[in-house]
Write a protein that binds this ligand. Structure first.
Ligand SMILES: C[S@@+](CC[C@H](N)C(=O)[O-])C[C@H]1O[C@@H](n2cnc3c(N)ncnc32)[C@H](O)[C@@H]1O
Length: 315
């Protein structure tokens, strides 16, 4: 079961019953500026602002990405303050031992991390989603011929997900689990521990055809992460749900969830995208990683899990 609301998460958290959330998995506006109404208007008009279309080197059209290198020192320091205030608002609503998993970006993650740390949340790990990215790796702009063997920054092929926990209140994790049902992570379905490096794909075309949100995350990744942070029955919150991919992942694998989104356009899109994303890949419940070849299903290694356009994804 899921509940979604068109609301500012700070406002919602202020009224939330204490100790009533079992987990958080979210992809927040970690640069802060990119989802302000002014920047979203520029994104929708396709002109100016922090959003940029990555250069096309293979003729394929790319989705816009926020350009975080334009942030000033003050803007980066504000990220820290924002995430501290956000986590302070969240903490009372979390059950002791509840995990909080926050997507970030290699350039900004230290600011997000510091903000979360200052709130009193306990750092547990940084998970690396490894995928084929499009950030960085470019030659100096307008001087590509002059400096053919130099690139300004490394090509980004990972995305850090910061894992925190509300400190347990009992003496041991086992006691905390017995009393509150949370405090530990769910292992893989084959009994293996969850790894901190997660091979992933970029968001598949079929999912992008369902949602036009510029930060849409893949179902494969989200189903894996949501299953991992929910060791028991309970409620998972995504306070920055965008078009609802986390909520769809929860629906697909049977986790109760609450999704919040402040932007009316994305909220209204979520009401349609959630059921459609949740119906994709009915055999994948996040209990294993599609390690060596993310595009193939383990049960049927010769059958692509992420089929080509026009194929039947609900089979
Ligand atoms: C990075 S996007 C999440 C996209 C999501 N991963 C998806 O797959 O669609 C962050 C979202 O948070 C929303 N947002 C920003 N500030 C918010 C706030 N205070 N409360 C609720 N939503 C907020 C933005 O409008 C944006 O859609």
């Amino acid at each position: 079961m899921n509940e979604i609301l068109n609301i500012d998460c700070f406002e919602w958290l202020a009224g939330r019953e204490p100790k009533s959330l079992h987990a958080v998995c979210t992809d927040p506006p970690y640069g802060l500026v990119e989802f302000t109404p002014g920047e979203v208007a520029k994104l929708r008009n396709g002109k100016g602002g922090v959003w940029r279309i990555p250069p096309s080197f293979d003729g394929k059209k790319r989705n816009p990405l926020p350009r975080f290198s334009v942030l000033t020192l003050e803007q980066r320091q504000n990220i820290e303050k924002y995430f501290q205030q956000w986590a302070e608002a969240l903490l009372p609503a979390l059950i002791p031992g509840a995990h909080v998993l926050v997507a970030s970006n290699p350039v900004l993650s230290s600011h997000v991390f510091q903000g979360l740390l200052s709130s009193g949340l306990e750092p547990r790990a940084t998970l690396m989603r490894v995928y084929h990215g499009f950030r960085g790796g470019d030659r100096p702009k307008n001087a590509e011929q002059e400096f053919p063997d130099l690139c300004v920054s490394p090509r980004g092929n990972y995305e850090p997900w910061l894992l925190f926990r509300r400190p347990i209140e009992e003496k041991t994790v086992a006691q905390n689990l017995r009393k509150w049902g949370v405090g530990a992570l769910r292992m893989l379905e084959n009994g293996g521990p969850v790894p901190d490096v997660i091979p992933s794909s970029k968001t598949p075309a079929i999912e992008k055809s369902i949602s036009d949100h510029p930060s849409l995350k893949p179902q494969q990744l989200l189903r894996f992460l949501c299953r991992m942070v929910m060791p028991t029955e309970g409620i998972l919150l995504d306070p920055f749900m965008g078009s609802g991919s986390t909520i769809a992942a929860c629906e697909a694998i049977g986790i109760d969830s609450i999704g919040l989104e402040v932007d009316p356009h994305y909220f209204s899109a979520a009401t349609e995208t959630i059921p459609r994303l949740a119906k994709l890949y009915p055999r994948y419940h996040g209990g294993h990683l599609e390690m060596e070849a993310p595009q193939y299903s383990r049960e049927a290694p010769n059958q692509p899990l992420l089929l080509e356009e026009g194929a039947n994804y609900l089979a």
